[in-house]
Design a binder for this molecule. Structure first.
Ligand code: PBE
Length: 302
């Protein structure tokens, strides 16, 4: 309820911002009694966030502490779907909005968006997505271990699966990608000994990027004879599950920054097989029509 009120207030103030933005004399005339509203005021000093367990939410809280000009700002907890709805609504009416954003993601193809510059580097530069496995995996499931060690693809591959999954299930989109990229898949499987229905627990997170990668890995492991389950959980639980051996592997950790603090906590109890994708990114994202370029362009709440 509180959340809805905030949105109402934001839109109310934002409407006067649009008026203030029409810089001709007439509109300034009608404005004379009204104070000019800054972008920060129009946003009610609020960044639109996603699921509270996301690494990005932690990073955004860190940014709120590290940037002096973000004094008094907050990040609203929501869901990815909720954030995308708010983003779409804002863009339909050219209102200001700041979201916790990342790519690969279709929002960059759908809307004209930009990352705010991050001079303090709180959100890192390029992010990788890594593969982690439980400590005994190599001995117990050598075939799966070797396949996971080989698994590596490009952001464009992941995007292709995510795009197809807008109309079909991730299961089908992953299968289609694997069939169209037989050469790559063959490299991952080459010379490996098939198994006979051994159970394999792939731990993932709830985002589409990870639905895409986890389903492709599931498909390939199934070709090798495994019976694979994907369990999406919060990032911290994902690390925990691999560390305590409840899960076999995960292709979902975003590093070095997004899940960096979770990684630090569990790194001694997991095996890190390195990157499965290079060239991801996280940060604060705004529609390109917004007249700010850097996190430092935002104003503290007085
Ligand atoms: N994300 C997408 C996740 C990881 C993948 C950036 C929203 C996060 O934990 O923040």
């Amino acid at each position: 309820m509180k959340y809805v009120k905030t949105i109402g207030a934001t839109f109310g103030v934002a409407a006067s911002l649009v008026l203030a933005g029409c810089g001709d004399n007439t509109s300034q005339g009608t404005q004379s009694n009204e104070e000019q509203v800054s972008i920060s005021q129009a946003l009610d000093y609020t960044i639109t966030g996603i699921e509270p367990g996301a690494g990005m939410m932690q990073l955004t809280e860190m940014a709120l502490n590290e940037y002096e000009n973000l004094k008094g700002w907050k990040v609203s907890e929501s869901s990815t779907a909720g954030m995308l709805t708010m983003l779409d609504k804002a863009i339909q009416s050219e209102e200001p909005i700041i979201v916790t954003g990342w790519n690969p993601h279709w929002k960059f193809a759908t809307y004209d968006l930009k990352y705010l510059e991050d001079p303090k580097g709180t959100f890192g530069e390029v992010e990788n997505i890594n593969t982690i496995v439980r400590k005994d995996l190599k001995e117990e499931h050598p075939t799966a271990y070797e396949m996971l060690d080989r698994f590596y693809w490009e952001p464009e591959d992941m995007e292709q699966v995510m795009l197809d999954a807008q109309t079909v299930t991730f299961e089908e989109a992953a299968k289609k990608w694997a069939e169209q990229n037989q050469e790559k898949v063959n490299e991952w499987m080459e010379g490996l000994q098939s198994v006979n229905g051994e159970k394999f627990e792939l731990v993932s997170t709830p985002w589409e990027t990870e639905e895409a990668s986890s389903h492709v890995v599931k498909f390939v492991l199934e070709q090798l004879g495994y019976d694979v389950t994907i369990t999406p959980v919060d990032p911290i639980i994902m690390f925990q599950a691999i560390a305590n051996g409840e899960g076999d592997a995960s292709v979902a950790p975003w590093l070095p920054v997004t899940h960096g603090s979770f990684y630090e906590q569990y790194k001694d109890d997991i095996i890190d097989l390195g990157e499965n994708l290079v060239g991801a990114k996280v940060g604060l994202v705004v529609p390109s029509y917004m007249d700010i370029d850097s996190i430092e362009d935002l104003e503290p709440k007085e």
